[in-house]
Design a protein around this ligand. Structure first.
Ligand code: KIV
Ligand code: ZN
Length: 528
């Protein structure tokens, strides 16, 4: 590896997915992993295999399918975690990495783990040694490193390297660090552990954004000797999120005058596609003014700026939007377009669907083609998303009728169908009506009654998927069914009431399939 190559470790599918309500299905995770591979990130952290069957399968499937990037699975310094991670990444062969972590700060040692410094070192060494028996590529993270006593941190890093860690990641777990100080800490580690200086082991950083400094801290670390940056697409992650991949990459590329000589293998032209895909799959929309990937990131509204841009783009733009994948010309499809044309467009957009999936998307394509003049790329993305968010549908909506207006009590009539199961051989069709504060509220109340669930809507977002008054409306909801976990649901339609009801029913179906029966444990950092 070149000395100044900055490795990009993407943790969208692990830390990003830990963001409340962002959980993705296997199909969604796989689609994101494929895009991360097209983006050419160096490492994809696919999940935390021991935490659930879903996480194990996701990491394992990604390790089997994705080529090119290293595939990592997270583990505490606990034998069963490490075994699960080793098994999950095994199909990646030499590209499999086990990422073990253990908290090292005084606060975590005393209050969370109840362990002395010497015990922490022993646990770390045992964990790394065990992982090295399973894979050659082991990363160790001293959790809450930025609040760990620097000299003890050096000791832990040296012990992990001596035990065989090839990467030592320095997490700013709670976003406590500020750039100058964090840079100094990384410089101190770089100067104290000979293997970091010789390149035998890589220093990585993993910065959270609680003070909005995750990217600044990551860049300060690079200047001080870090050669791997952990980040997520759109900056999603625990609490305020992680360092945003697109910002780290574009800062390195755009400010080559400052970050001289550093290289990074990410294909920047794939950034916007990755951002849109992650926003859709995670149900976490990107704020309009977000750097690089927000709708307004390259929009110029003031006359002076527009005039400047026309005369010379560089007057008000430090990056070319096309370099990150904005503004690629698109040829919208219409209802006259055939299955082959639609399938070709989907392939061009990077979606890999089976024949059955294409057939299902095509039938939805025809439905919306009848309702709107042009079907744009983003519309197609929403249709594919509908396909991927599909969970076994306990309930299917057959009929929805709403009456609403400024002098009427909003009323919704909903008919749902429940497929025959082993126990009940007959299909069940139920119909009910509900009234509410508005047509959406009325529809959701009717769905609650019919499905005998009681969801509390914690978040509701609607956006026009593409342009024009006939645009598809895409609704994303986060629902609390009473067990503390937020369940995401998505739905799209040219009718926003129907999109809302579909999104809610999608959440109900997810809950009935996963949430109610197998509650996924939240990330737990404590050692047993
Ligand atoms: O923020 C953190 O400390 C983490 C570790 C598991 C790397 O996510
Ligand atoms: Zn983290």
């Amino acid at each position: 590896m070149k000395k100044n190559r900055i490795l990009i470790f993407d943790t969208t599918l692990r830390d990003g997915e830990q963001c409340p309500g962002a959980s993705m299905t296997l199909r969604e995770k796989l689609e994101v992993a494929r895009q991360l591979a097209r983006l050419k990130v160096d490492v994809i952290e696919g999940g935390f295999p021991v935490i659930s069957e879903g996480d194990f399968t996701a990491v394992n499937t990604i390790a089997r399918e994705i080529t090119g990037s290293t595939i990592a699975g997270l583990a505490r310094c606990v034998p069963r975690d490490i075994e699960a991670a080793g098994k999950a990444v095994a199909p990646a062969g030499k590209r499999g990495r086990i990422h073990v972590f253990l908290a090292t700060s005084k606060l975590h040692r005393e209050f969370k783990l109840g362990k002395a410094q010497s015990q922490i070192i022993k646990l770390a060494v045992d964990g790394v040694t065990r992982a090295r028996k399973l894979v050659a590529d082991v990363e160790f993270s001293p959790e809450d490193a930025s609040r760990t006593e620097p000299d003890f941190l050096v000791e832990v890093c040296q012990a992990a390297v001596d035990a065989g860690a090839t990467t030592v990641n320095i997490p700013d777990t709670v976003g406590w660090a500020v750039p100058g100080q964090f840079g100094e800490l990384i410089g101190h580690l770089h100067g104290s552990v000979p293997e970091f200086r010789s390149g035998k082991a890589v220093i990585s950083v993993h910065c959270h954004n609680d003070l909005g400094l995750a990217v600044a801290n990551s860049l300060a670390a690079v200047e001080a000797g870090a050669r791997q940056v952990e980040c997520t697409v759109n900056g999603i992650g625990e609490r305020a999120g992680n360092a945003a991949l697109e910002e780290v990459v574009m800062a390195l590329k755009t400010r080559g005058d400052v970050y001289t000589g550093y290289t990074c293998g990410v294909k920047a032209k794939q950034i916007v596609k990755a951002s849109k895909l992650v926003a859709r799959m995670s149900g976490l929309p990107v704020q309009r003014s977000k750097a690089i990937v927000g709708e307004n990131a390259f929009a110029h509204s003031s006359g002076i700026h527009q005039d400047g841009i026309i005369k010379k783009r560089e007057t008000y733009e430090i990056m070319d939007p096309e370099d990150v994948g904005w503004g690629q010309t698109e040829l919208p499809l219409t209802k006259h377009s055939g299955r082959a044309a639609m399938a070709m467009r989907l392939r061009h957009l990077g979606f890999k669907l089976t024949d059955d999936e294409i057939t299902s998307v095509f039938s939805r394509f025809k439905e919306i083609g009848d309702k709107k003049k042009f079907v744009y790329d983003d519309d197609l993305g929403a249709l594919v998303d509908g396909q991927m968010t599909k969970v076994p549908e306990t309930w299917v909506m057959e009929y929805l009728n709403v009456t609403s207006g400024n002098h009427t009590v909003p009323t919704a009539t909903v008919r749902l169908c429940k497929a025959a199961t082993g126990r009940s051989r007959k299909e069940t069709v139920l119909e009910d009506a509900g009234v509410g504060d508005g047509p959406v509220d009325a529809s959701l109340k009717a769905i609650d009654r019919l499905t005998e669930t009681s969801g509390r809507l914690k978040d509701y977002a609607i956006r026009a998927v593409s342009q024009g008054k006939d645009a598809l409306g895409e609704v994303s909801v986060k629902v609390d069914f009473g067990d503390g976990d937020l369940v995401t649901g998505k739905g799209a339609s040219t009718d926003i009431i129907e999109a809302s009801a579909k999104a809610y029913l999608n959440a109900v179906n997810r809950y009935l399939n996963n949430g109610r029966r197998k509650k996924k444990p939240r990330k737990t950092n404590g050692q047993p």
